[in-house]
Design a protein around this ligand. Structure first.
Ligand code: ATP
Ligand code: MG
Length: 252
């Protein structure tokens, strides 16, 4: 049985419809990625605002309160002076905690000095108190656009937080390199290791969000994220992502 002109016409129409559908799906996917990325951007803007409010508003009030307590402390003696000195010490601790929180929300160094200084700051701030040595290695890298800076910084923050919380490691590190238009970032530790597949499956039940959120962020940038880890053999989180040819703006 041979195909009639009608059959061929139907087939051609079907092929056109199919190609149309694929093109529409691809366009929707691009639109979805842009929207999701803009949600992460809005979240970062909000964090930046909160960090500033904490630092400038609450921070200044606490500093003024501390000053008043010190003045009162000079005027009294005995038991009251001791209580005031304790109150000053509490102010100092609260100020230090608040500054730390404000910086982790959105470290100013990331916007002012760039990714590498921010990674070094993160290594000191998170690694130091946990007794962890954290190396930061990097080839000569260009100044990254804001989205890329934020992506790598948030990955590094979650990876190192996981190392501190779960790995029981002594040594950890970040490694950053750029080849052509491509960025590679590794976060590693020499800790107890884990089963990444099982952890990602567990994330599906809502018990944890860290690894799953890392994956989502990376997918929105068209990159890949690999977890290489085994019980007793440490962990390596590897990001590979193409760099945008030019900075992407919100209204695109
Ligand atoms: N570097 C690591 N070393 C050892 N175990 C790890 C490491 N990173 C992750 N894990 C394991 O994978 C699990 C999932 O990590 P994930 O970051 O998703 O969740 P979480 O850290 O438990 O909670 P959160 O949602 O606050 O991040 C952890 O509970 C831990 O058991
Ligand atoms: Mg985590």
């Amino acid at each position: 049985m041979s195909a009639t002109d009608g059959d061929i016409g139907d087939l051609l129409r079907l092929r056109r419809d199919y190609a149309d559908l694929v093109a529409r799906l691809e366009a929707n996917q691009v639109r979805f990625q842009r929207l999701a990325r803009s949600i992460f951007r809005v979240q970062e803007d909000e964090r930046r605002r909160l960090a500033r409010d904490l630092h400038d508003g609450l921070g200044q009030n606490l500093t003024a309160l501390r000053h008043q307590l010190m003045l009162a402390d000079d005027e009294v003696g005995g038991e009251v002076a001791m209580r005031l000195a304790e109150a000053v010490a509490l102010c100092d601790r609260t100020l230090a905690e608040m500054r730390g929180l404000s910086r982790l929300l959105r470290p100013q160094v990331l916007d002012d000095l760039g990714l590498l200084p921010a990674l070094r700051w993160l290594a000191r701030t998170l690694g130091g108190p946990a007794g962890l040595t954290v190396d930061v290695d990097a080839d000569e890298v260009p100044a990254f656009d804001e989205d890329t800076r934020t992506l790598v910084f948030r990955l590094a923050q979650e990876a190192l937080t996981n190392t501190v919380r779960h790995a029981n490691a002594r040594h950890a590190g970040f490694r950053l390199s750029v080849t052509g238009g491509h960025l590679r970032f590794d976060a590693w530790d020499d800790g107890c290791g884990f089963d990444p597949m099982a952890a990602l499956e567990a994330a599906g039940t809502g018990t944890s969000t860290g690894l799953a959120t890392m994956r989502e962020r990376v997918a929105l940038h068209g990159g890949t994220l690999r977890f290489v880890s085994r019980s007793g053999a440490g962990t390596q989180v590897r990001l590979d992502v193409p760099l945008p040819a030019r900075p992407v703006t919100l209204d695109e």
